[in-house]
Design a protein around this ligand. Structure first.
Ligand code: URA
Length: 256
């Protein structure tokens, strides 16, 4: 397990203990001395194969990526990401769908419409945040005429270094992980229990990460309870990033 994963797992464990009101943990002094050692140099190494000095460099490399032959064969284009490269908030989804593959921009289809509305409710525009996906290419569906499929674990492992490097450049204050694939991809969990995890702060390489439902799930299960849950997660994100919250915003869904 990589050093940053151990560190994140430790932080998540301690936050869990604190949220249960526990103020003390028993730590073996030997293990504590390991944790106190400085971060090993190799964890700061660039993840992409060739060094990139800027997001523009990284984008140029990603746009010609040929790591997954099957996706290179089926994609129209690589969907790198969009928005403010110095954003406080990064939204991460799963993978491009047909609309995103056609337009080269994440979240431009139906789920994207809802994401844009969610941002508007936060008093933000798409240009204020950064939006990206775990996978940069649309997962192929060779025996299907339409629809999408979830990325495989192998595709996610192959592609995620691009996202990790994007995050290194953006250095957001908060990451919002949209749905179980994004949560699993970022926190390296095989089957992230999104219903249980949503609304609970996690940590990705020291950055607070809020898991919430994917907008496509909300469109599919448009219950007041789900909408309210996501809005509460977004209010927590606004609080964490110091965005002003009006009474009107606090009150959305309160009577439901
Ligand atoms: N769903 C995602 O997860 N990402 C997109 O870009 C579009 C839909």
């Amino acid at each position: 397990m990589a050093y940053h994963q151990l560190l994140d797992a430790t932080v998540n464990y301690l936050e869990g203990e604190r949220s249960h009101g526990r103020r003390h943990v028993n730590v073996n002094p030997e293990k504590l001395s390991v944790l106190l050692r400085p971060l090993p140099k190799h964890s700061a190494k660039p993840i992409a194969e060739t060094a990139c000095d800027s997001m523009a460099d990284l984008r140029a490399q990603a746009l010609t990526c040929t790591r997954c032959e099957h996706l290179v064969a089926s994609r129209k284009q690589v969907v790198f990401g969009v928005g403010n490269e110095a954003a406080d908030i990064l939204f991460v989804g799963e993978a491009p769908g047909a609309d995103e593959d056609a337009q080269g921009e994440p979240f431009v289809g139906a789920a994207g419409g809802l994401l844009t509305k969610m941002l508007k409710a936060m008093d933000l525009a798409r240009e204020d945040v950064y939006i990206a996906n775990i996978l940069k290419c649309r997962p192929d569906t060779p025996n299907q005429r339409s629809g999408n499929r979830a990325p495989t674990a192998e595709e996610m492992t192959t592609c995620s270094p691009w996202l990790h490097r994007q995050i290194d450049f953006i250095q957001p204050k908060v990451i919002v992980a949209l749905g179980k694939v994004a949560v699993g991809g970022l926190l390296e969990m095989e089957n992230a229990p999104i219903t249980k995890m949503r609304g609970t702060w996690q940590t990705y390489r020291g950055i607070p990460l809020m898991p919430t439902f994917h907008p496509a799930y909300l469109l599919h299960k448009e219950t007041m309870q789900n909408k309210r849950a996501v809005w509460e997660d977004l209010l927590a994100v606004m609080e964490k990033t110091g965005l002003p919250i009006s009474d009107k915003q606090r009150g959305y869904f309160l009577n439901h």
